[in-house]
Design a protein around this ligand. Structure first.
Ligand SMILES: Cc1cc2nc3c(=O)[nH]c(=O)nc-3n(C[C@H](O)[C@H](O)[C@H](O)COP(=O)(O)OP(=O)(O)OC[C@H]3O[C@@H](n4cnc5c(N)ncnc54)[C@H](O)[C@@H]3O)c2cc1C
Length: 484
């Protein structure tokens, strides 16, 4: 089957019976028309349509040599530098459509599946069936163009204890039973973004937390449909309040729901399991397969798109109210430009230094990507801070669309005008700035970027530990040894 259209995505979703708890309501269907999801699912549908659109089609899709169907580029196994460059272009085009605000577009986990399936021999270490399972699953997701999300970490009850010991081990999702056909899973996992409207849930190991032999029952990787019996999503309060694009320009388009995942004796067939009861395999899941490099390749394209948006937004804002001549404002712009150029340079280095891995997959160089994924969680935090500082009281002088078209219209046009904008257009701009830096949607974006790859503190610990610092220390020691 070729890459899906938006209508096909929505049609399948309308037939899906995902169990979602939201604001006291239990849903087992009707997701595409529910107020919490209807706008964001249409933004996702537009991404599926983009794959079919004139100038985009050649970049966003490719002809699979085996099936002959035209499928999404994020499934392309890069065998040449040109393939890798095509993947990078597709990531950027996709991210540009939401200014990088949609963080779980299909290309992210499609990239993981591509790398995992290419490394199928690695999965065969414990059981040849796992190698077959990951390959078949990748092909299924590719051919049906399914939208996947993932859930990786244990509930946040008591971080002084390993997840496997919280409440005597009863909280964290674990295997409680097995039968001839599969495993039974009970417990919970923290957060699956877009869980309520994804097609598939990947229940994978953490990218950061490492398992020990005691974690055996908690060590697995499998995939299930989001409407599997016994699976429940507890969604957070939506930040799309059902208002128009004028009032909530970002929240009304890009509010990706986040949800806690509950497994109530969910049966997972063996053919959907990729590793079972093996902490060592889980610890190497992303690194030994290079899935992490391909996932980060997508993320750097997305964060580049987001940084371009912030740069454009700050530029329009400072011109609008005539603060572009002040030095500290220019320094803020320079800071955003530096972040943008750093991301571009790291991405370019990763593509330029790409090499085939053990499985013949041309893999972007990891050191520049690792630097990018350690930098951005912190650098992004400055963007809402800069927007708040520069927007100042204007961020609260933000009447609604009803006001700019209502009895206050004349006052708004006079007193809310900007140096370069009418009152109405200035309000439109400032509502966008507010939604990027001060609304609930904006707060969630900052949190999301900070924790995107896991806890940045523990990521930094692992990062510096894995980095070969010895040559530099040796040079310093040699210098010290040269004497007085
Ligand atoms: C908006 C959003 C969307 C998300 N979407 C997804 C998703 O789609 N799929 C998914 O799998 N996950 C998702 N996550 C979860 C994300 O992976 C986690 O937030 C991240 O791994 C950090 O874990 P935690 O939130 O449990 O924080 P915790 O581990 O509870 O950390 C809380 C604080 O305690 C500190 N801390 C805790 N333990 C230690 C320690 N041992 N050493 C040092 N400091 C420690 C941390 O530094 C942090 O400051 C999402 C998170 C957010 C915020």
């Amino acid at each position: 089957m070729p890459a899906r259209t938006g209508a096909e995505f929505l049609d399948r979703l309308s037939r899906t019976r995902t169990h979602v708890e939201i604001q006291g309501e239990t849903l087992t269907g009707g997701i595409p028309d529910h107020p919490a999801f209807k706008n964001v699912v249409r933004s996702y549908a537009a991404l599926f349509d983009l794959q079919q659109t004139g100038g985009y089609r050649d970049v966003l899709t490719y002809q699979d040599p085996v099936t002959n169907s035209r499928v999404a580029t994020s499934f392309l196994i890069p065998r040449t530098p040109e393939d890798l460059a095509k993947r990078g272009k597709a990531f950027k085009l996709t991210a540009d459509a939401s200014f990088g605000m949609l963080g779980r577009t299909g290309d992210y986990l499609n990239s993981a599946l591509m790398a995992l399936a290419s490394a199928h021999d690695w999965f065969a270490q414990t059981d040849a069936a796992f190698a077959n399972n990951i390959t078949r699953y990748y092909e299924k997701v590719r051919e049906e163009d399914l939208l996947c999300t993932h859930t990786l970490i244990p509930p946040q009850a008591n971080r002084a204890q390993p997840g496997s010991q919280q409440a005597g081990g009863a909280l964290m999702a674990r295997i409680t039973d097995t039968d001839d056909n599969g495993i039974v899973v009970r417990g919970a996992r923290m957060l699956a973004t877009i869980g309520p409207f994804a097609d598939e849930l990947l229940v994978f190991p953490s990218t950061v937390l490492r398992g020990t032999p005691e974690d055996k029952p908690y060590s697995f990787a499998f995939a299930i449909p989001t409407d599997a019996p016994g699976l429940r999503f507890i969604a957070r309060e939506p930040f799309d309040y059902g208002r128009g694009h004028f009032d909530h320009p970002l929240g009304s388009r890009f509010d990706e729901s986040d949800a806690v995942v509950v497994f109530d004796d969910v049966h997972v067939p063996y053919e959907r399991c990729f590793t079972l009861g093996d902490p060592e395999i889980c610890n190497g899941f992303y690194t030994k397969t290079d899935a992490i490099a391909h996932m980060t390749h997508q993320v750097v394209a997305r964060t580049t798109a987001k940084t371009e948006f912030i740069l454009g937004l700050v530029t329009v804002l400072v011109e609008a109210i005539g603060i572009d001549g002040f030095q500290h404002v220019q320094a803020d712009l320079a800071e955003i430009i530096t972040t943008l150029e750093t991301l571009r340079a790291l991405n370019r280095a990763a593509e330029a230094d790409a090499k085939p891995n053990d499985y013949g997959v041309v893999t972007p160089a990891w050191p520049p990507l690792n630097a990018a994924r350690n930098l951005y969680p912190k650098l992004y935090q400055r963007f809402p801070e800069i927007l708040r500082k520069l927007g100042a009281s204007g961020l609260m002088a933000t009447p609604t669309e009803a006001d700019v078209n209502g009895p206050a219209a004349a006052d708004i046009d006079t007193y809310l005008q900007a140096a370069t904008l009418s009152g109405k257009d200035r309000v439109r701009l400032f509502r966008l700035v507010w939604d990027a830096c001060a609304s609930a949607f904006a707060g969630r974006q900052a949190l999301y970027e900070y924790y995107f790859f896991g806890d940045p503190v523990r990521m930094a610990t692992a990062y510096q530990a894995s980095y070969d610092k010895a040559p530099y220390a040796d040079r310093v020691r040699a210098f010290l040894a040269t004497g007085d």
